[in-house]
Design a protein around this ligand. Structure first.
Ligand code: BGC
Length: 544
């Protein structure tokens, strides 16, 4: 599906060789002038990257009770006073349930190769079980998939983006191991209905957030915070099992016929030592990484939890007088069954932190186990979200970390993006800046460090319900006017930047210009006209 007709990418002049992970050199202070004004380096044989954008069901669909949809934990959480900023909720959201044509039109405008969206479990299985299948709900996803394929946009489906059926929560939710079976049944049904056309799957989005934000800090559904030293680990354990069971199911029952790829999307910040010359800060930065990306990636890519997590949590549990570790153990059979349950590494990334050791005494909490505090560098640019500082260098570093730590997997970046808050302004220069810098780092990882990145996905297609911060933080390439009954999508300026990057498959070298791919509009749309694409402009050629 790629037209690799543009063989160059812009790189900064001081990058001469591959980055070694853990090198922790302080090079985040590259000035804008250095980055922007450096000589260009022509890199031949640019490999294919699929470009896309993403959303999630609860954040965009609305139709919360339409056509027999059941209630999810997010319906309940958002309808509980004071849980979401200004008591916003996803009842209508971007009304995507009624706007397939509009959504596909803006995807076309972006010229994306793939679109990542999630299925609302309760829209297809109102009580979470296969006792009753809601055909009207399925019809929505069926029509959406067909509309995308008709425009040559590959659907990339997330099965679980945080909206557990409330009926399953009522019997313990992810704390209850029976949810693993329910998830497998749900996955089975969706693979059987859509897998003839959908070739890219994500089982679970960001297990860290489900476990820790939902069941540790309690600021996302189901909003539990009273057992922060145990519950997140139990939930995480069951999420890993649920993912592995869905992967095996696909592998055994569907792969031969459907020939798709299934994985999990793991999120993580990158972490640098606050003082790169202090060993204890370097150790703290490594712990932050092992407790974040490593919590889920280690069992799935390497087998079992990391020694770091196992040792620290066991020692701190025993020291507090408990009889065993708060981190559940996998049996040897489970370790084997979980290891290798991936077809690619789905990765969400936004920002970087600076770590230092912090002793929480005997506080039985994930934060105490991790034993690190984090700060940010005050020169890093802000965004609309307190936790998100603009740190493009961290993306290249963590991609290199993934390559080294997890056996050089194929990586699809399934989310990356930036927010704003305050008055609506379609001139979102900060977003264009963000995408240009972060994508350049992705291309450096890809082309200079040989990290096997095959996909990049911008979060998000449009402004949507940003979970507990409601509609106040806006990550969209398109603004959604929710005060207009038609809920129109309106392009922000970054749409033109991102669609040009897509059209050019990166950043063309100005020295070898002019480049047709830089021209706006259809005449510049050369993406598919290059003979080097071999006429293979088909959705199912994206990653394979
Ligand atoms: C989630 C998205 C969310 C985004 C920005 C990710 O954690 O998967 O649903 O909107 O980050 O916060």
């Amino acid at each position: 599906m790629f037209c690799v007709n543009h063989h160059t990418t812009r790189t900064v002049s001081h990058v001469t060789g591959p980055l070694s992970p853990h090198s922790y050199q302080n090079d985040w202070d590259i000035t804008e002038e250095e980055e922007g004004g450096s000589p260009t380096t022509a890199i031949k044989n640019q490999r294919a990257v699929s470009w896309g954008t993403a959303t999630a069901a609860y954040q965009i669909e609305g139709g919360w009770r339409a056509d027999g949809k059941g209630l999810s934990i997010w319906d309940k959480f958002a309808h509980t006073p004071l849980k979401v900023f200004e008591d916003d909720n996803g009842d209508i959201a971007c009304d995507s349930y009624n706007k397939i044509d509009e959504d596909v039109a803006v995807l076309k405008q972006l010229r994306v190769n793939h679109y990542r969206f999630s299925i609302s479990w309760t829209r297809v299985l109102p009580d979470g079980t296969t006792n009753y299948i809601n055909e009207a709900g399925f019809s929505y996803y069926d029509r959406l998939v067909n509309a995308l394929l008709a425009e040559n946009i590959q659907p990339h489906i997330t099965l679980y983006h945080w909206d557990l059926p409330q009926a399953l929560q009522n019997v313990g939710g992810w704390e209850n191991e029976t949810t693993v079976e329910r998830f497998k049944d749900y996955a089975d049904l969706v693979f059987s209905r859509l897998g003839d056309r959908v070739k890219l799957w994500i089982t679970i989005n960001e297990p860290y957030n489900v476990a820790m934000v939902g069941h540790g800090y309690g600021v996302a559904a189901p909003g539990i915070s009273f057992r922060p030293g145990t519950l997140p680990y139990i939930v995480g354990h069951n999420l890993i099992k649920a993912h592995a069971e869905a992967w095996h199911l696909y592998n055994d029952k569907y792969r031969a016929k459907q020939n798709g790829m299934v994985s999990i999307t793991i999120n993580s910040d990158w972490s640098e030592p606050r003082n790169p010359y202090k060993q204890e800060d370097i150790d703290a930065a490594r712990r932050v990484i092992q407790f974040y990306i490593g919590w889920f990636a280690h069992p799935i890519f390497n087998g079992d939890y990391s020694e770091t997590m196992k040792t620290i949590i066991r020692e701190r549990s025993l020291a507090a007088g408990l009889s065993k570790s708060r981190l559940p153990e996998f049996t040897p059979e489970e370790i084997k069954r979980i290891k290798g349950t991936y077809d690619y590494f789905g990765f969400n990334h936004y920002t970087t932190v600076l770590a230092y050791p912090l002793n929480y005494g005997n506080l039985q909490h994930y934060d105490g186990d991790r034993g690190a505090g984090t700060v940010v560098d005050r020169t890093w640019l802000d965004s609309g979200s307190g936790w998100l500082k603009v740190t493009p260098f961290g993306l290249r570093r963590i991609l290199n970390f993934i390559k080294k730590e997890y056996g050089n997997p194929t990586i699809i970046i399934t989310e990356n993006g930036v927010s704003e808050r305050g008055p609506i302004d379609l001139k979102d220069y900060h977003r264009s800046y963000f995408y240009e810098k972060y994508i350049n780092q992705v291309l450096k990882a890809h082309l200079l460090d040989n990290v096997d990145v095959r996909g990049y996905t911008a979060w998000s297609l449009m402004d949507n319900l940003e979970w507990a911060t409601g509609f106040a933080e806006r990550f969209g390439l398109f603004y959604v006017n929710r005060s207009d009954p038609n809920v129109p999508r309106v392009a922000k300026e970054s749409v033109s930047l991102y669609s040009t990057i897509i059209n050019c498959n990166g950043f063309p070298d100005p020295a070898s210009g002019p480049h047709d791919c830089l021209k706006p509009g259809p005449e510049g749309n050369q993406r598919c006209s290059d003979s080097s694409s071999g006429g293979k402009n088909k959705p199912d050629t994206m990653i394979n």
